[in-house]
Design a protein around this ligand. Structure first.
Ligand SMILES: [Zn+2]
Ligand SMILES: [Zn+2]
Length: 114
């Protein structure tokens, strides 16, 4: 009964709130590890474990990210290289950019200068 429609923006790869609790835990832990990783090996391994935990394939960018929308508790997990994303904060001392997913960027773009 699912109607598939094509949209102009990439669909999220997963929805955090629909994952099982232990999947959410592993994913969140892996995101922390990736965010704070000091080398590519650690980063890549954390991303691989995160993808496996939520039963998806890593996108070609090799990274996953959860929407960092400050306006809603958005559960979208997506490829940080997908089109239509919006940077919420300038890059900090972390590996992962803080990005809003495309629907959030459309619906309520984070204020941001530059
Ligand atoms: Zn979002
Ligand atoms: Zn949002």
């Amino acid at each position: 009964m699912t109607v598939l429609t094509t949209t102009r923006t990439a669909q999220p790869l997963a929805i955090h709130s629909t994952l099982l609790p232990h999947q959410q835990d592993v994913f969140d832990t892996c995101m922390d590890h990736a965010d704070n990783a000091l080398d590519a090996l650690t980063y890549n391994r954390a991303m691989e474990i995160a993808a496996k935990a939520i039963e998806i394939d890593l996108p070609p960018s090799g990274s996953l990210i959860k929407c960092a929308c400050t306006d809603c508790y958005c559960p979208a997990i997506f490829d940080p290289a997908a089109p239509g994303l919006r940077r919420v904060e300038p890059s900090g001392p972390y590996n992962l950019p803080r990005l809003q997913c495309a629907p959030c960027a459309d619906a309520h773009p984070a204020p941001h200068e530059d």
